[in-house]
Design a protein around this ligand. Structure first.
Ligand code: GSH
Length: 241
């Protein structure tokens, strides 16, 4: 996605009801959790609109949609709101027709959940690296921790002997973890993938996926966002926050 996008902040009026037959995603352009939901909406071909929320200056009404005040959240035409990215993505897969992204087989489904559970450690390690870089600290330790986690993640692929985490084609788990890989180049971490060749092959395959292609943000745009975020001086108009 390129170009500036409007985002609603404090004082912005709440959008009206969601049109029948459509879904509204409350999002933020650079949020990896929201990207999970965008990937699933696109992969399944669900008709939707995206409303970006200014997370530094949230409108009061947003807490009525999601009391946690987090994106992503999806609102339906009957006013129901679902939030927390794994729950949003499972809901969309179950409630809407189109390609099923989650395996029906309970064992395969459980295995995807195991990988997702493990992956929360990768997101934590990534966040620690983000904070170290934000504070301009030496991040060698944080990078090493992330590499260890990525090597463990790669073992799932090696053990399964499959190209994707859920088998020979893209499925829910791949979409759940992909957004963080898009963010690794910010911290030179993409080079780490040379040490995890199977993970690198998976990442290169993901870059060919049509939903991924539609949601991808260029590294220089992400870097611009990161720098402004680090300085706490984000330009809401440019960065859709
Ligand atoms: N557990 C949540 C995490 C979502 C999350 O942390 N979103 C961030 C943006 S990337 C957010 O909304 N931050 C606003 C805030 O912390 O106030 C999920 O999986 O959906």
């Amino acid at each position: 996605m390129t170009g500036s996008q409007k985002s609603l902040g404090k004082g912005s009026p709440a959008p009206g009801p969601v049109p029948e037959g459509s879904v509204r995603l409350y999002s933020m352009r650079f949020c990896p959790y929201a990207q999970r939901a965008r990937l699933v909406l696109l992969a399944k071909g669900i008709k939707h609109e995206v409303v970006n929320i200014n997370l530094k200056n949230k409108p009061d009404w947003f807490f009525e949609k999601n009391p946690l005040g987090l994106v992503p959240a999806v609102e339906l035409s009957d006013g129901e709101v679902i939030y927390e990215s794994p729950i949003v993505c499972d809901f969309l897969d179950e409630a809407y027709p189109g390609k099923k992204l989650t395996p029906a087989d309970p064992i395969k489904k459980a295995k995807q959940k195991i990988i997702l559970e493990f992956f929360s450690g990768v997101t934590t390690a990534h966040y620690k690296l983000f904070l170290a870089k934000k504070e301009n600290q030496d991040a060698t330790e944080q990078k090493a921790e992330l590499l260890t986690k990525l090597q463990k993640l790669e073992e799932f692929l090696v053990k399964n002997k499959t190209a994707y985490f859920g088998g020979e084609s893209v499925s829910m788990i791949d979409y759940m973890i992909y957004p963080w890989f898009e963010r690794f180049p910010l911290f030179d971490v993409i080079n780490i993938l040379t040490q995890t060749p199977e993970l690198k092959k998976w990442y290169d395959l993901m870059l060919q996926d049509s939903a991924v292609k539609e949601t991808i943000t260029a590294p220089d745009v992400l870097l611009g966002f990161f720098k402004l975020y680090a300085q706490n001086s984000i330009d809401a108009a440019d960065y859709g926050l």
